[in-house]
Every structure is written in structure tokens, then in C-alpha cells.
Design a protein around this ligand. Sequence first.
Ligand SMILES: Cc1cc2nc3c(=O)[nH]c(=O)nc-3n(C[C@H](O)[C@H](O)[C@H](O)COP(=O)(O)OP(=O)(O)OC[C@H]3O[C@@H](n4cnc5c(N)ncnc54)[C@H](O)[C@@H]3O)c2cc1C
Length: 405
Amino acid sequence: MSKHTPEITAAERALILEKAAGLAEQFAAVGKDCDVANRFPVELVPLYKESGIASAAVPKRHGGLGADIGTVSAIGRELAKGDPAIALSFNMHQTMVGIFRTTPSLDEDKRAALLARIAEEDLLLCGPFSEARAGLSGLADTVAVPQPDGGWRITGKKNWSTLIEGCDLIALNATITDPDGAIPEDYHEHAERESMFIVPVGSPGVSIDKTWDTLGMRATGSQTLVLDEVFAGPDAYGGNFRQGLVGEAEWAALGFAGVYLGLAEKAYFEAREFLKKKHLGATASGQDTDVKQLGYIQHGLGRMYTSIVVTARVLQQTAQTAIDGADDPWPASMRKANWDIAKVNATETAISVTDGALRLVGGASFRRGNVLERLFRDARAGLLHSFGTDQLYDHVGKAEFGLLG
Ligand SMILES: Cc1cc2nc3c(=O)[nH]c(=O)nc-3n(C[C@H](O)[C@H](O)[C@H](O)COP(=O)(O)OP(=O)(O)OC[C@H]3O[C@@H](n4cnc5c(N)ncnc54)[C@H](O)[C@@H]3O)c2cc1C
């Protein structure tokens, strides 16, 4: 038994993926409008909850389906075939549930209570950690100031708060200060004090600043969360932040990978269907040239297809690595990077497939409102999720030279 041993049965898995495919149709129906209006579709939250997907990854003993990491990733992939931005937003909940399932930072009573509430009440979690100054890699500037009567008051801003408009609970990181509000200057002490807190989205002092206006992934609604002396009692404390995440990085990596694989598949499908029907009229090669008869179009389509198949196999095998516990020998310094290889592979596939789709389809896909134009923009966000592509290559290169501390 590893912490990733699946509890979900084959029949339950098939049913939840069928639900995801149905929900994907609802995502597809509003995806274009949400991109144009730059809004997260809050009206889909009840449908997401009704589908049973919200509690899929909660272990059976706490009332969920016990879906394994491969199933959770497959759900994200399926939903992204409907609309990847909306799927990415809901994926944040899955990532947080996965992390809380086993992170040693959370004590067992709190874990049980949190996961049981998620299953019973279909609560959605978001995970806004990144801050304006240094993304996710810098320690939290957000502070948790200890209160004389116990608990903390949290103040700060999180400017990448995906799902903030649809969630019930916010899991965030903040640095526990000295009683006078001072943050330790020493890096290691700061890191030790950087902690996880889980607070209800309706807490006094929580507000949303609507700053989200981006190139792509516009329907995620990743607005800025503003925390103004938000009270967090002892029950809201979720342990050390970074130590808590290091051992659970696979949930972020494989969830994101599923969404970007689904994005690539959607782009591939749209491009193929367009190219099947496209005629060029009279050209030097014939009276009504059929685009699919052109060699470089065939080659380009085959290349897109092949990269999608490779990415799907890498993702499946990486999930299996987790399930088999075959990651046990990985050194701590390489754990996140090793999982993120599957994520970066998927995000780079999404980028290359959407690029290929625009090249093959040509002018029609360059027009605003064309689905491929949107997917091309959405795919670019894949460069940024931690480890971003270049951060991963940098980390792995350092490791290969024996330069990691
Ligand atoms: C659609 C979308 C949704 C998101 N949702 C969330 C969310 O819900 N929660 C959340 O916490 N975050 C979220 N993020 C943020 C994401 O995880 C990153 O933290 C963020 O994109 C980084 O922003 P940045 O480039 O400004 O970061 P920075 O980290 O400031 O990076 C700037 C530059 O510095 C480099 N760099 C960064 N750190 C290092 C380092 N340690 N060593 C060397 N170079 C470094 C980077 O490669 C980059 O070139 C989301 C991002 C996107 C695109």
C-alpha cells in the first residue's frame, strides 16, 4: 500500500469520467463568452458540485470516492477538452484536496475534519500562495500576526487566486511574525515560520480585487485576494507551508498536466476537423485543392498527434509511478522536479500543438473568437506554473552538475 494506492473501483472511475465528459460540454458552451467577458462562470459551481467530482479525491473513509492521482488527472484532462481555462480553475480544488490527503503538516484530526466537510458539504478549496513580489518561489510577504488571546490576524495580497470566486475555503500561506508584526530577517527562520492557514472565503476582512485581465486562461478568474486582518483561530492552522508541499508536489504537477493535455487534444481535434473540410479552390496543383491532400499538412497533423500520444503515455506512467511508490528513492531535492517533468512536458505539448494548429489552419485561426486563437493564448500560461519550464530546466541542469545544495 502506498499513499497513492487507488481506492476507487473501475466502475466508479468510469462513472466519474463520464460525469466529467458531460460537464465538459457545459464548460464548452460558455468557454468562449467567459474568455471574451474575462469572467469565471460561477453558475457552473453547482453543476461541478452535483457531478460528484468535488469530493472524488477524498478518501472513502472520509466520505469521498478515493480517486487516485491518475484518475484526478484524467478528470482534469476530460474537463479541459470542454474548456481548459474553466478546467484549470476547478483543478485548483483537486490539487488542494490531494495535498491535504497526506501532507504530514496537517495533524490527523484536522485532516479528517477538513476532508469529511469537503465530502459532506461539497466544499471547494482554492490555493492562492503566489504573491506579486516573487511568485511562488519567494517566501510569503503575507503576515499572520499572533493575537494576545490566541490565533492570528492575516494581512496581505495574493495576486494569482484561481477559483477565488467559486470557492468556499481558502488555503493560503502566511508568515507568522513576532508579536510586534516583524518578519524574521534570516531566510531559514522565515521559512520555518511560513505557515498554511485554511479560512472560509466569507471571513471578515477577505475581499477580492478584480485585477485578472490576462493574455490567456481568462475564465480562471484568478483575481487578487486581499486579506485585511483576517482572523484565523488555532483550527485554521495547517502546519509549515513549504515542508507540507514538498512531499505532495505530484498533485499539482499531474493535475496541471492533465488540463494542458486536454487543451492540446481540444486544439488537435478542432484543427483536424477544420482541415478535413478545407478546400483551396483552384490552385496550380488542381481545380479544387483539398488541404488534407497536401503532404506538409499530413505531416504536421501527424506530428501533433504523436506529441499528444507521447504526453498521454508520460502522464499515465508518471501517475503509475506514484501509485507504485516507485518514487521512494528520489532525493528530496529532486522530488518536485521529477514530478514537474510530466507537467512541463504537457504544457510544452499544449504550446507546440496550438502553435502547429495555427500554422496548418492559417488565417481563420488568427481571427479573434476562433477557438484555436483562444487555445493558443491559453496554452502560454503553461510556462508559468511552478516549476515554470525554465525553472525546471535550470533546476535539473544544476542537479546534473552536482550543484544543488
Ligand atoms: C493561469 C494561472 C493561474 C494561477 N493560479 C495560481 C494559484 O491559484 N495559486 C498560486 O499560488 N499561484 C497561481 N499562479 C501563479 C504561478 O504559480 C506562479 O507563481 C506565477 O505565475 C509566477 O509569476 P511570476 O512570473 O511573476 O513569478 P516570479 O517567480 O517572480 O518569476 C519571475 C522570473 O524569475 C524567475 N525565477 C523565479 N523564481 C526563481 C528562482 N528561485 N530562481 C531563479 N529564477 C527564478 C522566473 O523563471 C521568471 O523568469 C497562476 C498562474 C497562472 C498563469
